[in-house]
Design a protein around this ligand. Structure first.
Ligand SMILES: [Zn+2]
Ligand SMILES: [Zn+2]
Ligand SMILES: [Zn+2]
Length: 164
């Protein structure tokens, strides 16, 4: 089997190279991390640990994990509060605020308006952003924003809660 069948890839020497680069740059700059904040607020240090510093919220995100492309990033400034699950999650707050304002968003995993569960990949079930404590691998204590953040259906979430 030859993986290099088909048309050749874009060469850096070609006329469209800069165009492709610019397009990708703009796209990536509109990505939102699963913590609920734009990728632009994230920095990764030389030891590979990331940090997220939005203007209006504290965030414990240590893993850059783009999940959403949004046309208005100003909507993604919320803090994760209380349980850090569903509507208490910063990503939910930004998402619903954007929806309410009618700004366009695309889930990166599906390329559509409905995201999918990161565990079972279901696109039919409703998904919930969940803030997770990296140390305990469980949902965070109330009021803490979570080291890693995952999108899960309720069934997969309950499994995580029970199994880990
Ligand atoms: Zn993040
Ligand atoms: Zn964040
Ligand atoms: Zn699931």
């Amino acid at each position: 089997m030859n993986d290099f069948d088909g048309p050749p890839p874009v060469s850096p020497m070609s006329a469209e190279a800069v165009e492709v680069f610019e397009k990708n740059k703009v796209r990536r700059s509109r990505y939102v991390c699963s913590c609920g904040h734009p990728l632009g607020y994230h920095k990764t240090s030389s030891d590979g640990i990331s940090s997220c510093t939005p203007f209006k919220a504290n965030c414990s995100c240590v893993e850059v994990h783009p999940v959403l492309e949004a046309s208005d990033l100003r909507k993604f400034q919320y803090a994760t509060s209380e349980s850090g699950i569903g509507m208490d999650h910063a990503l939910s707050k930004g998402y619903v605020a954007s929806k309410s304002a009618g700004t366009s968003m695309t889930w990166l995993a599906t390329g559509g308006e409905r995201g999918c569960c990161e565990k079972c990949k279901s696109e039919e079930k409703d998904i919930y952003p969940i803030a997770i404590d990296a140390r305990t691998k469980r949902p965070v204590n109330p009021g803490f924003s979570g080291h890693v953040n995952r999108l899960m259906c309720w069934d997969c979430f309950r499994e995580l809660w029970v199994d880990v």
